[in-house]
Design a protein around this ligand. Structure first.
Ligand SMILES: [Zn+2]
Length: 132
């Protein structure tokens, strides 16, 4: 793994929170994050905006976490299978672990993710919320 510069990470960022993936022009498989080579060996893709809707495949409660997240514990993290097929790890917000179950429908929400110390830098990330 080589290190990415902060600027490179920033450029990648909008794709992450907008859930922009890509779709193979030949077989139609949708990838998130984007890929450059499809499993059908095609290299031509179109940008594809994922709906942000999906189902919980698995989840867990995080009770202790790196210091910068400690204010938020406990919180739930899950693997979500998006409606278009890709799987993504994200925080599941507005629910306790007891309120979740495998197969629950969720949708992406846009929330403040993390404010870093006194610098006031705010990170946003992909989170999911159960659809009632
Ligand atoms: Zn393909």
């Amino acid at each position: 793994m080589h290190r990415q510069s902060p600027i490179l990470r920033w450029r990648k960022f909008p794709e992450r929170y907008r859930l922009e993936g890509n779709r193979c022009n030949r077989c139609g498989i949708v990838y998130f994050p984007k890929k450059e080579l499809c499993e059908c060996s095609c290299k031509e893709f179109s940008s594809f905006q994922l709906s942000g809707k999906g189902k919980i495949l698995t989840y867990t409660e995080i009770k202790s976490s790196p210091e910068e997240f400690s204010e938020m514990t406990p919180y739930c993290v899950g693997i979500i299978e998006l409606a278009e097929g890709p799987k993504i790890t994200g925080q599941i917000t507005d629910a306790t672990v007891d309120e979740l179950k495998v197969g629950d429908d969720v949708e992406q929400v846009f929330r403040k993710f993390l404010a870093v110390g006194d610098s006031g830098v705010i990170h946003y990330g992909v989170k999911f919320k159960k659809i009632e």
